[in-house]
Design a protein around this ligand. Structure first.
Ligand code: SAM
Ligand code: DTB
Ligand code: SF4
Length: 304
């Protein structure tokens, strides 16, 4: 069993030693030129009844976003075709639900079939799921389900109160039980301490299944959100996070997620050297701006 103390020792190593250890593990488990492009589509935007204090889509925040009901199937076909033409290997469908109702699952199942028809990996993040919902999505061909723990169990109640940490674990357990791959990560910069970061990694390690995918987000401060004026954190912490996660999860895809547009290409290179091997590609994430697609294509061309 990996303890918090062990994780803390790794996390707090001198930075060069930490990066070197992570690099060795990364190189034995992934080809050097493997950086996966993942494209996000917000299939239902805004009006979410959860109170995540960082999120533009929560009804508890007053963020100026455009609400959108479930998209027509033709728009998914268009988005998938375009993303594929740029080398995207995975599509993630995001919807602002507490939990999707059965008509939403039916429509999202159609979206999943389009993604699979194009030979791409499919992922969805739609809120909480019971076993039956997880089973339906699995039958539609969904490869991964994203449901983040977001932060440490100790800090979590400062960020979200309408859904508990354990509720999240129940969804992850249901996803794993039906044989879908788990995508689970969190956010840095919410005001958490270094101990919280270590505890977050420990909680990832204790999930009902080893996650095949771990997205690491940096808080994007959105207008109207309750959590939008935290003190900026030292970017070295991001390197420590990625490297420690790489050491503990040697075969897991680690995704640089929200907030990447605050990083220079050089900073991103350091994170790829430390163990990250995926980015979200496309000018937009769900509601916020992402790095410009052409600039990312240039970066990737230079790296691999
Ligand atoms: N509604 C679904 C859920 O949370 O269960 C999925 C969508 S939600 C937008 C997916 C994840 O995006 C969140 O768990 C959080 O980690 C991340 N996220 C959302 N808003 C963010 C922000 N402003 N900055 C950084 N990460 C954010
Ligand atoms: C994840 O951890 N990050 C992605 C994906 N999973 C769904 C979402 C980032 C959302 C950023 C905020 C927004 O666009 O509203
Ligand atoms: Fe809703 Fe997900 Fe945003 Fe939380 S993060 S408010 S669950 S859309």
């Amino acid at each position: 069993m990996v303890t918090k103390e062990t994780i803390s020792e790794i996390y707090n190593k001198p930075l060069l030693a930490l990066i070197t250890d992570a690099r060795v593990i990364h190189q034995t488990n992934f080809p050097v030129d493997d950086i996966e492009l993942c494209h996000l589509v917000s299939v239902k935007t805004g009006g979410c009844p959860e109170d995540c204090k960082y999120c533009s889509q929560s009804i508890y925040n007053k963020s100026p976003i455009k609400l959108n009901p479930l998209l027509p199937v033709s728009e998914i076909e268009e988005a998938v075709t375009k993303a594929k033409s740029h080398g995207v290997k995975r599509i993630c469908l995001g919807a602002a639900y507490r939990t999707p109702n059965s008509s939403a699952i039916d429509k999202i199942s159609q979206y999943i079939q389009i993604i699979k028809k194009h030979g791409l990996e499919s992922c969805a993040t739609l809120g909480s799921l019971n076993m039956e919902q997880a089973e339906q999505l699995k039958s539609a061909g969904l490869d991964y389900y994203n449901h983040n723990i977001d932060t440490s169990p100790e800090f979590y109640p400062e960020v979200i109160t309408t859904r508990t940490f354990n509720d999240r674990i129940d969804t992850i357990s249901n996803v794993a039980n039906v044989g879908m791959k788990v995508c689970c990560g969190g956010i840095m910069g919410l005001g958490e301490s270094r101990d919280d970061r270590v505890s977050f990694i420990h909680a990832l390690y204790q999930l009902p299944a080893i996650p095949d995918s771990i997205p690491i987000n940096m808080l994007v401060k959105v207008d109207g959100a309750k959590l939008n004026n935290t003190t900026p954190f030292d970017k070295n912490e991001l390197v420590r996070m990625i490297a420690t996660v790489r050491i503990l999860f040697p075969k897991t895809r680690i995704r640089l997620s929200a907030g990447r547009n605050e990083l220079s290409k050089l900073e991103q290179s350091l994170l790829f050297l430390s163990g990250a091997n995926s980015i979200f590609f496309g000018d937009k994430l769900l509601t916020v701006e992402n790095n410009e697609a052409n600039s990312d294509l240039e970066m990737i061309k230079n790296l691999v």
